[in-house]
Design a protein around this ligand. Structure first.
Ligand code: ADP
Ligand code: GLC
Length: 472
């Protein structure tokens, strides 16, 4: 089958979170199953160095004369939408230090229209697989203005929700700039409390929907976790599938990882201690931290990730015989929270406000435990990486965290509160001194298999179901 993936970020070209990990790994896993897969994404200024030489394949795109497509060929070809006025900017994929780019509705509706042009002229897909709000308008174009276009008859769309908390909401008057017909602006279409909602468009107009864990697929159908779209999702429940992400063990494997101080495996754990010493040094903690349990955090610093409750218990944590290292960037309030904690508890809490790939690997390898107290977590990848690195996860039982961590491999708590988190940490710390049992838990985690192969198989089955022509 021919599958065209459309997304706003993908490893190794642009990354703010797990979406990029997925787009870096899933296409390859589908390729290994025999599908032809290509990816469409914007050509951001920050990706230029990584992209290198390309061949230019389409000089102008429908509705935009200042855009072209750059092809980076390979097992999985990448088509970069090259529209300098929209993407050749300082900052990240969605904004800069002053906030989100004000023309994101144009930037990402252009991505969708470019993907449609690529489907028409360059790569003819059976399935267009869209990811998150940035691609939410694509199915709307196909099902409205292009509904009678013979090129797209039989082309099916799958829309994957990676995070319902980010919906792509824009004022009503921006609709005209997306090229969508005004007729889609109603409660059964893209309208959401008077605004244009890109995510809702994806939910309404796609042939099938998926999200990145079974548990999250249930949670988003409730008022508590539905971000106002739970009703839409309940209406589409029959078309909604929960498919757990995988972990890319080519990149996240302590046996071969070139970014960590020493390699180790479930057959020989000795290198892990060298990784712990190295991590302690990286964060400038005293060497006596080597004998204390070391907790790690790698995260976007946003409220989704549970830093308000972690902040609440941090003084109590620092009073225990533990150390905590945290790596992240994001909302100012959480960056400040971590900075303040490091100042208040020197020698116990250390933080780096940075986006640092290498340090992320060093934390996965060097910590004894990995903290993810998320308020909600569609899938979560770090806990899967932690398992492989023998770093025992302490997580809140939500979304993909609940689906991937069991009693044998980690510690979970239910209630979203500081005391519940602190209890879980106490239980974990209580278990830590029993070296035999702790090692057993590490090994059980290291031997779990969340490779992409299984997820790719499930997507493949879903694509098959979507494209099968009903008998008769
Ligand atoms: P989310 O997508 O919600 O941010 P995930 O757990 O799915 O959460 O994925 C996060 C990904 O981003 C992981 O690969 C993680 O290592 C990476 N990451 C997050 N913050 C940082 C950071 N400050 N430095 C390096 N990598 C980071
Ligand atoms: C989102 C979610 C995260 C998930 C990732 C990849 O960013 O917050 O839980 O792992 O997407 O699907």
């Amino acid at each position: 089958m021919n599958i065209l993936m459309v997304a706003s970020e993908a490893e190794p070209f642009a990354k703010t979170g797990g979406l990029a990990d997925v787009l870096g790994a899933l296409p390859k896993a589908l390729r290994a199953l025999g599908h032809r897969v290509a990816v469409v994404m914007p050509r951001y200024r920050s990706s230029n160095e990584r992209i290198g030489p390309t061949s230019r394949v389409l000089e102008t795109l429908a509705a935009r004369k200042d855009a072209s497509v750059d092809l980076l060929d390979g097992d999985v070809p990448f088509y970069f939408v090259n529209c300098p006025v929209l993407y050749d900017r300082d900052g990240g994929p969605y904004g800069n230090g002053s906030g989100d780019f004000p023309d994101n509705h144009i930037r990402f509706s252009t991505l969708c229209r470019a993907a449609i042009a690529i489907s028409r002229w360059i790569f003819r897909p059976d399935i267009i697989h869209c990811h998150d709000w940035q691609t939410g308008l694509l199915p709307a174009y196909l099902r409205t203005s292009l509904a009678l276009d013979p090129t797209f008859i039989g082309v099916k769309t799958l829309y994957t929700i990676h995070n319902l908390g980010y919906q792509g909401l824009f004022p009503a008057e921006t609709l005209a700039e997306t090229g969508l017909d005004r007729a889609v602006f109603h409660p059964g279409g893209v309208e959401f409390w008077g605004q244009v909602n890109f995510m809702k468009s994806g939910l309404v107009y796609s042939d099938a929907l998926s999200t990145v864990s079974e548990r999250y697929s249930q949670e988003i159908q409730t008022a508590e976790q539905g971000f106002g779209l739970d009703g839409v999702l309940r209406d589409r429940a029959a078309a909604l599938h929960g498919i757990l992400n995988g972990a890319d063990y080519g990149e996240w494997n302590p046996e071969t990882d070139p970014l960590i101080a020493a390699n180790y495996s479930d057959r020989d754990l000795s290198g892990k201690f060298a990784c712990k010493s190295d991590l302690i040094a990286e964060f400038g903690l005293p060497t006596d931290a080597e004998s204390r349990p070391l907790l790690g955090v790698v995260s976007r610093f946003v409220s989704q990730k549970g830093f308000d409750i972690l902040g609440e218990i941090a003084p109590a944590l620092a009073a225990l015989n533990v150390s905590l290292v945290a790596l992240g960037t994001g909302e100012k309030q959480y960056e400040e929270l971590f900075r303040d904690l490091a100042v208040a508890h020197p020698g116990h809490i250390a933080v780096q406000i940075a986006y640092d790939h290498k340090l992320a690997h060093k934390i996965e390898a060097g910590a004894d435990m990995f903290l993810m107290p998320s308020h909600y977590e569609p899938c979560g990848l770090n806990q899967m990486y932690s398992l492989r690195y023998g770093t025992v996860p302490v997580v809140r039982a939500t979304g993909g965290l609940d689906d991937t961590i069991g009693d044998r491999t980690g510690f979970k708590f239910e209630e979203y509160s500081g005391p519940a988190l602190l209890d879980a940490v106490h239980v974990a710390l209580g278990a830590f001194p029993d070296k035999a049992a702790w090692t057993g838990m590490m090994l059980a985690g290291m031997r779990e298999d969340f490779s992409w192969h299984a997820a790719a198989g499930r997507y493949s089955a879903l694509y098959g179901k979507l494209t099968r022509v009903p008998a008769g």
